[in-house]
Design a protein around this ligand. Structure first.
Ligand code: IMP
Ligand code: MG
Length: 180
């Protein structure tokens, strides 16, 4: 589909599924190399809800032992960040002493990732890495390294592959950009 409608807005095709798959293959290869012989216990931390699809695709490709943790964070309303990060559902398990891979759908300003990163460090995680499907380099304002980035996009609002506009649009397997 070239165009989709989500609520009152129209979005056009931006990244087809075939390209998303290849980008995830590349990130998963890198993780497999880096975590194969890593000391200690590993955990993916899926940031709900947006990262559900990306986390599933990553885990299908991962060849090292890792548990799955979740937490739910909210900051966006409509197509802009409120700047206020709310923890909607807390961490599903222990992070102390573990190598945590934060799995995000998208890093925009970096406000969300900064809060999560600092929280994990404060709770005693041994190692914290960031793995994001998308990043908007033009918007990123933080110093936390984005260790694994599948794809970079311009500073526009996107939906699909887990990403939503007011909770809808997550179901599309391709990624769509706001069409204005
Ligand atoms: P940040 O805190 O500004 O980095 O924004 C990160 C969070 O905002 C992500 O986890 C998403 O939930 C949401 N977000 C940022 N940009 C987009 C977008 O283009 N589409 C959908 N959600 C987005
Ligand atoms: Mg999100």
């Amino acid at each position: 589909m070239e165009k989709i409608q989500v609520h009152e807005k129209t979005f056009r095709l931006c990244i087809p599924y075939e390209k998303i798959e290849k980008a995830i293959d590349a990130v998963a290869d890198k993780l497999n190399r880096d975590y194969k012989d890593k000391k200690g216990s590993n955990a993916f931390l899926c940031i709900l809800n947006g990262s559900i699809m990306f986390t599933a695709e990553l885990m299908k490709r991962s060849r090292f032992d890792a548990e799955l943790l979740t937490m739910k964070i909210s900051s966006y309303e409509g197509t802009t960040s409120t700047g206020v990060i709310r923890e909607v559902i807390g961490l599903s398990g222990e992070v102390a002493g573990k190598n945590i891979i934060i799995v995000e759908d998208i890093v925009d300003s970096g406000n969300t990732i900064e809060v999560i990163y600092n929280d994990l460090k404060a709770k005693g995680a041994a190692d914290v890495k960031v793995c994001t499907m998308l990043s908007k380099p033009g918007c990123y304002k933080k110093d936390i390294p984005l260790d694994y980035v599948a794809m970079e996009i311009p500073d526009d609002f996107v939906v699909g592959f887990g990403l939503d506009y007011n909770e809808l649009g997550r179901n599309y397997k391709d990624i769509y950009i706001l069409d204005e």
